[in-house]
Design a protein around this ligand. Sequence first.
Ligand code: DLL
Length: 440
Amino acid sequence: MKVTENKIYNPAAECMDRESIKKRQDALLKQTVEHVYNNVPLYRKRMDEAGVKPEDIRGTEDLHRLPFTNKTDLRDEFPYGLLAVPQEEIVRIQGSSGTTGKPIVSGYTQNDVDVWTEMVARSLVAAGAGKEDKIQVTYGYGLFTGGLGAHQGASAVGSMVIPMSSGNTQRQLMMMHDLGATMLCCTPSYAIFLGESLQEMGYNTKDFKLKSGCFGAEPWTEEMRDKLESLFDINAYNIYGLTEICGPGVAFECCAKDGMHINEDHVIAEIVDPKTGEPLPYGESGELVFTTITKTGMPMIRYRTHDICTLDATPCSCGRTLARMSRITGRTDDMLIIRGVNMFPSQIEEVLLKIPGVAPHYMLIVDRVNSTDRLEVQVELTEDMFSDTVSEIEKIQNAIREQIKSVVGVSANVKLVPPKSIPRSEGKAKRIIDNRGLTK
Ligand code: DLL
């Protein structure tokens, strides 16, 4: 495996002593709280209900007094209700799939785009990027933050960007080979698929110049890292982020590959007990919560990510002082990420309820076949439909498949099953069987 040099994009920020980080967080937190209290009705209402005024927040030690924000708040306030600035200050909208057919959108001021760009630049440099690099961006371009986020970060570093966007495996490999890409940015599962296709298409790893990859947007494992590193003869780095905070770059791995450094000069991270919401000490596993402290367009106060991990503020061998988060080991909700697309079972339910002839009983079965996620949706037919003709049943099957593709954005294999064949649960219905082994 090629050795990655220990490079730091912004040493002043990334190696700041912990005391200075805290001072900066305290000052910026106070400003942010005042900004949202004065400009975002929902935050003001929530704080008033909790009996907290901006002046009660003196620093990070008072963070726990602030109410949480949730994905449902973004949905309820869609599209502009959470903006803290007039719409003419917004220069970009990005989004991701939400809990209904509507996406979750976030508005960025120029400041927010710049901050986000810096975060991604730090991540790419930590993975070895420099001016001399050719970075193939295979995350999707569009509302999804992966493509444009990686693109902006790579441009800030001064690297050559190859803006491939997602899909078209043959073309991806041809360009990677012919242009001599040195770095790949995409989801880890697609990277494995590319690596396997490379061999099948008769290429030799030695013919490629790739030296590292920045992989994220979905959970992955150390086994997948090993596989990626040997398939391409590269160093594989983890990069984490979410649209609500900015996109990729909220946290990133360095050459130590021992947790992801959180850009704490721009966000404050907490771990809370998912059931009680009580803050947990560093080292304990719980739900990750973020508060943005430099975002002006749509700041997030104590945003519950639903991602489960641990935090660690001990020094890292790379010299960065930014605390690290572990790999994501699970979710506190039922969100699934299928081929990089976030989806909820409730979205499938929504589709099914609109289709006559099927019962609202379903099961989602997720597998990984040849490094690609496969989603099977098993749906019960109603008694009436069960006795219907094959062509009628095929019609329903196609309608469900098309609707899932259009509403959820994921291709699924739909299997219609006899009435009452899906097991009923006494408590919370179990609707997902995930055989990918990505979470603990
Ligand atoms: O996935 C942003 C991103 C793009 C991150 C490219 C990294 C690379 P969303 O579509 O809003 O944003 O999805 C955010 O994806 O809450 C996690 O559950 C999951 N996720 C993101 N990165 C990782 C990772 C982008 N490295 C949601 N490991 C998050 C595990 C991840 N899960």
